[in-house]
Design a protein around this ligand. Structure first.
Ligand code: NAD
Length: 419
């Protein structure tokens, strides 16, 4: 950590954001108070028999922030830094995100404190299955529907779906989204988050009257979100000048072909050494002179220590919470066009919603239909956020929160307080 870096507790960020939105919502303060607490939080022990015969116990979490607008929805993260405050914050952001998109879900998030890269495939499967069985009574297609997040993928969703189905005695594809297509997954889901990020960048470019073709972009994180963002930007004619992941980064002024980079990583196991590129550090990547910057890895990467160095015109938050509140102010002063996480990366949960709908009706749509519906919903949300930003004279993040939190406030008001 650099001396200037802020270590922000993400839950404190959520509380500050709610306070900011409240000033524009003029609603019953009791409702706001309710939203400052997650409905339920489960902490579980996840004992796993390791390959050497020893038993290791991992900490697992599942937090349901809100089920007011529908079953709660949110990913499962496997990472050493997972803790209750992080999971709770991510769950609240899911609540606002689903409301911004106007899809009938609340917000949840889950995680296991572990370093999955140190686990064998067998250990990973046993950890996933045991974690699923520990949260089993908490989740379900009408209650709470997990999905992939950092270090979890289609295979892990398949194991979760199978574990749940074995316990209840019949197949329940709708209990998770982000599954393989062969067992009820949706066309277009694996690329949906990055595709949605690019739909939002296209709208931002239109608003700013920038021609995307010929623009340059840097993408931090080359996992699910980063890969599909880079590929879809490339298809729009944007020159990807730098990409990084946890191992390091690569830079080329001539541009990087994300498909070739993906192949290089598959064959060599590393991003480093991609032909025709120079090495670049993660900090250096953020400060590059480029038109578009997409942080698509983890929280708090743009902070008061490095926000001054950002040169991009458009910043699209592929990751959740990559910009700290102080950095947010700095970027605003620098006139960076911010596409906030609860709008920019909402494509994932939106196609997850489509996947759930398809599972419930046992009738599946083709990819073109999925992508069209996704684009329609995201463009509507973008325009709504821009209109609120104009009306209230606020920044894009506050506008998105006014929209998302406002819709949840209205649902709480209509349902009333039980009993
Ligand atoms: P992933 O595990 O597929 O990829 C994460 C990427 O970040 C990897 O390339 C990893 O190497 C890189 N990374 C990790 N630590 C890093 C560091 N310190 N510096 C640089 N790179 C680093 O995860 P993902 O699903 O792509 O999620 C990334 C972000 O997007 C998270 O914030 C997640 O919550 C958010 N998100 C994901 C989805 C989804 O559908 N998967 C949807 C919405 C938001």
């Amino acid at each position: 950590m650099t001396p200037q870096m802020e270590r922000i507790n993400p839950w404190q960020m959520v509380l500050a954001q709610i306070d900011k939105a409240e000033k524009h919502l003029h609603c019953d303060p009791n409702i706001i108070e309710k939203l400052k607490h997650a409905e339920r939080a489960l902490l579980v022990a996840v004992p796993v028999r390791m390959d050497d015969g020893k038993v290791k116990v991992f900490k697992g979490f599942r937090v349901q922030h809100s089920t007011v607008r529908g079953p709660s929805k949110g990913g499962i993260r496997f990472h050493p830094d997972v803790d209750l405050d992080e999971v709770t914050a991510l769950a609240a952001w899911m609540t606002w995100k689903c409301a911004v998109m106007n899809i009938p879900f609340g917000g949840a998030k889950g995680g296991v404190q572990c370093e999955p890269k140190g686990l064998s495939l067998g250990e990973l499967e046993r950890l996933t299955r045991r974690y699923t069985s520990e949260i089993l009574h908490f989740i379900g297609p009408d209650r709470d529907i997990p999905a992939p997040d950092v270090n979890t993928n289609e295979q892990i969703m398949a194991w979760m779906m199978d574990t749940y189905s074995m316990q209840v005695g019949h197949s329940v594809p709708g209990v998770v989204t982000g599954k393989p297509i062969a067992i009820g997954g949706s066309e277009g889901r694996s690329e949906a988050t990055g595709r949605g990020v690019v739909y939002m960048i296209i709208e931002a470019a239109k608003k700013l009257e920038i021609n995307l073709s010929g623009c340059t972009a840097a993408v931090q994180g080359f996992g699910n979100v980063g890969v599909s963002t880079a590929k879809n930007l490339y298809l729009e004619g944007v020159k990807i000048v730098a990409v990084s992941n946890v191992q390091g980064g690569v830079y080329s002024a001539k541009g990087i072909d994300p498909l070739a980079l993906e192949d290089h990583i598959k064959t060599t196991g590393s991003i480093v050494g991609f032909p025709g590129c120079d090495a670049i550090g993660n900090e250096e990547l953020l400060a590059l002179d480029c038109d578009i910057l997409v942080p698509a890895a983890l929280e708090n990467v743009i902070h008061k220590g490095n926000a001054h160095q950002i040169k991009a015109r458009i910043l699209a938050e592929g990751a959740n919470g990559p910009v700290t509140p102080i950095a947010d102010e700095i970027l605003r002063e620098k006139n960076v066009f911010m596409i906030p996480d609860i709008l920019a990366n909402a494509g994932g949960v939106t196609v997850s919603y489509f996947e759930w709908v398809q599972d419930l009706q046992n009738y599946f749509w083709n990819e073109a239909e999925i992508n069209n519906r996704l684009r329609q919903l995201m463009v509507v949300a973008f325009k709504k956020v821009m209109a609120i930003a104009d009306e209230h004279q606020v920044d894009n993040r506050t506008a998105a929160q006014i929209l998302g939190i406002g819709r949840v406030v209205e649902a709480v008001r209509l349902r009333g307080l039980y009993p």
